[in-house]
Structures are given as structure tokens and as C-alpha cells.
Ligand binder design. Structure first.
Ligand SMILES: [Zn+2]
Ligand SMILES: [Zn+2]
Length: 103
């Protein structure tokens, strides 16, 4: 048994968690799971310019971001999750410079 925990493959944080034999911290694993779930969701079209929006992970929620106008779309549940789980300044960091599409 190693004295030091191995470093996470993705972020370099030390972790004893493993995925398929590679060190992977629980944060990164949660993010990967979110990305997998997001990949199965329908692609949303930007309400402003109808461009196909790209999925991004921010503060452990999936957001849809428009590559053309940088607009960000939050599904109904995601917005309340965001306001409940994170500090106001974190919300500002996510939404700064973006318009938020409300359902
Ligand atoms: Zn990690
Ligand atoms: Zn757009």
C-alpha cells in the first residue's frame, strides 16, 4: 500500500478513488457522470439566434451555452439548484456577461 495517494488523472488532486484502474477523484468522477448524462439530453437551440448550444459543467450543474452569442440557458431545476447550492458570488461568476434564458 502506497504511503501517498495517487494523483487524479484529470485534476492532479491526490485521491484514493479509482476508476477503471486509473486514479480519479470523486469531483472529477461526478463531473464525468454529469457530462455523460448531458450527452444523452437533447441539444437545446439558442432562443436568440437558434444556434445549437453546447453543454458545459459549472458548479456541478449542466448549463447550455450558445457558441455564437455566449448566452447561457439553465433548465428550470438547474437554476434553483444553482441558487441553493452556491454562494451569490459564484452565481455572479457563472452569469457575468451572460444573458440567462428563463424557461
Ligand atoms: Zn480530479
Ligand atoms: Zn445565441
Amino acid at each position: 500500500m502506497a504511503i501517498f495517494a495517487p494523483k487524479c488523472d484529470r485534476c492532479g488532486q491526490r485521491t484514493r478513488h479509482e476508476e477503471k484502474g486509473r486514479p480519479l477523484c470523486e469531483d472529477c468522477m461526478q463531473k464525468m457522470q454529469l457530462m455523460l448524462d448531458a450527452a444523452n439530453e437533447n441539444v437545446h437551440l439558442c432562443p436568440v439566434d437558434s444556434a445549437a448550444m453546447q453543454k458545459e459543467i459549472a458548479h456541478m450543474i449542466v448549463i447550455d451555452k450558445c457558441p455564437q452569442c455566449n448566452g447561457v440557458w439553465l433548465d428550470g431545476g438547474e437554476l434553483s439548484k444553482l441558487t441553493h447550492d452556491v454562494q451569490a458570488d459564484a452565481i455572479m461568476a457563472v452569469t457575468r456577461g451572460y444573458t440567462i434564458g428563463m424557461p
